[in-house]
Design a protein around this ligand. Structure first.
Ligand code: PMP
Length: 352
């Protein structure tokens, strides 16, 4: 598999070789439980605390104790949403915010003019930092008196981030070259929150369960690397996005859904008259990985609620593809992707 042809980094990133190396001892001899009192336990504990510092630094947190490890952004989001009775969320949230919000009768904010107009004051407002389907940057509306949560899964490690602007922040390690199944929740001032998982009282009682030491160590190393490489990676993504746009420019009736001022890592677009899924399958045959939407909602036949909330027609929404960039993509691979995409669109339009 040629990883330069993998363009689905918003779904997940490959584990960095240094991350894998950092994790290996904790999958071998360093087998201790981070809460055990013997040497094995202490070594694990030390490694976990090192990772906590690295993640705190990447998030811009003031103190590592403000970071709690979870199984991923889904759990972090669910934990925050479940802890409040009255919640308002944006119409563009990932399903791991939208679904728990809806199950609690949350107020979905209006897309128009970005107003927060719940019928009565709310305790929590949740607005994601970067949308995972379009790369759009969202701003938190003024919400006097309410706690502020952001799902920063597509921003952390990619854009400059300042957790101190929020009360709660969610992120996942596998979106910045860490392993899958580990994430973090930032709690401002290390204020405890009602736990979703109760048990042994780990993570200051906010998240019970034996710590996933190898995963946490991997996320910590990934955070260190992301901190070092952020600006370089960002510039690389800007160059790749430019090459993609240049390559598809000659194709008629192409609609780009990503706003101009967006994360350079994600491009969402559609070619009129061509189904997104047909393009994904055709490009896969040619050795390229792209996506027809959020990976976690694939398999669903419902059109994307996020793109629908943008006011796009159902036809265009069904045509949407997402191309998301990463470290191992090259200008050559993106030019080749654009060329193959243009040819596939032409062929599918002729067939249709
Ligand atoms: N929020 C956003 C914006 C995401 O993109 C994702 C992953 N697709 C998640 C939350 C969930 O992350 P995880 O699957 O790692 O729990």
């Amino acid at each position: 598999m040629d990883r330069s042809r993998y363009f689905d980094h918003a779904a997940t990133t490959p584990v960095d070789a240094f991350v894998r190396e950092a994790m290996m001892p904790f999958l071998g001899d360093d087998c201790g439980n981070a809460h055990s009192l013997h040497q094995w336990g202490l070594r694990a504990r030390e490694a976990v605390e090192g990772a906590r510092q690295a993640v705190a630094r990447l998030l811009g947190a003031e103190d590592p104790s403000e970071v709690v490890f979870t199984s991923g952004a889904t759990e972090s989001n669910n934990t925050v949403l479940a802890a409040f009775d009255s919640v308002a969320v944006s119409p563009f949230e990932h399903s791991s915010v939208r679904e728990p919000a809806l199950s609690r009768g949350a107020w979905i904010m209006s897309n128009e003019g970005w107003t927060l107009s719940p019928p009565s004051p709310v305790e929590l407002v949740s607005v994601m930092t970067v949308n995972n389907e379009t790369g759009a940057l969202l701003t938190m509306p003024e919400c006097p008196g309410a706690m502020r949560h952001t799902d920063a899964t597509q921003a952390v490690g990619k854009l400059a981030f300042d957790a101190t602007a929020y009360d709660f922040v969610s992120c996942s390690g596998h979106k910045f070259y860490g392993p899958k199944g580990v994430g973090a929740l930032f709690l401002r001032g290390a204020e405890p929150i009602e736990p979703l998982l109760r048990g042994g009282g780990q993570e200051h009682g906010v998240r019970a369960g034996t710590l996933n030491v190898p995963g946490i160590v991997g996320m910590g190393m990934a955070a260190e690397l992301a901190h070092e490489r952020r600006i370089h990676d960002f510039d690389h993504a800007v160059a790749l996005r430019g090459a993609l746009f240049a390559g598809i420019e000659p194709v008629p009736d192409c609609f780009v859904f990503s706003p101009e001022h967006a994360s350079p890592y994600i491009v969402s677009l559609a070619f009129a008259g061509v189904q997104g899924e047909s393009l994904v399958i055709e490009l896969d045959r040619l050795g390229f990985a792209i996506s027809s939407g959020a990976a976690c909602s694939s398999g669903s036949t419902e059109p994307s609620p996020v793109l629908t909330a943008l006011g796009l027609s159902e036809d265009l929404v069904r045509g949407a593809i997402r191309i998301s960039f990463g470290r191992e993509n090259t200008l050559e691979s993106v030019e080749s992707l654009a060329k193959n995409l243009a040819e596939a669109v032409l062929a599918l339009r002729t067939l249709g």
